[in-house]
Design a protein around this ligand. Sequence first.
Ligand code: DAT
Ligand code: MG
Length: 149
Amino acid sequence: MERTFLMIKPDAVQRNLIGEIISRIERKGLKLVGGKLMTVDKSLAETHYAEHVDKPFYNNLVSFITSAPVFAMVVEGEDAVHVARHIIGSTNPSEATPGTIRGDLGLTVGRNIIHGSDSVEAATKEINLWFNTDELSDYEQPRNPWLYE
Ligand code: DAT
Ligand code: MG
């Protein structure tokens, strides 16, 4: 089993899409092990997006992420990092495949609905950055034999 970090961005929170997005994640079979609505401070936003510090869009990205609450989550499942990225879709919603979260719900790259960790290493780092261990729940679900061989 693998865990990944997802963050519903301020645009989707403001558009009342939290339920729609969590519903897609749950229906796929991923299991929610942590989740919280929170306002992100500048230092957390800068640490989270540190890899993009030299990009022209970095300042706007930090302003956007700190502009209104986000919904941060940890989800678990087989190959969870890849599966979550796959259902999220391409970075630019105008090019993301219909059926994906960004492809169905977004229009522009600067308002692209949701973040998902892009590797297992990034997921570990981001889960530790955004969540304390006591905010994550270990539990079994009876549905598991119906999701996994
Ligand atoms: P992703 O979120 O798909 O992993 P990324 O890591 O390349 O994409 O970029 C992080 C975020 O930065 C992305 O979700 C939206 C924003 N971003 C990326 N490219 C951009 C661009 N060309 N213009 C404006 N914002 C951009
Ligand atoms: Mg990324």
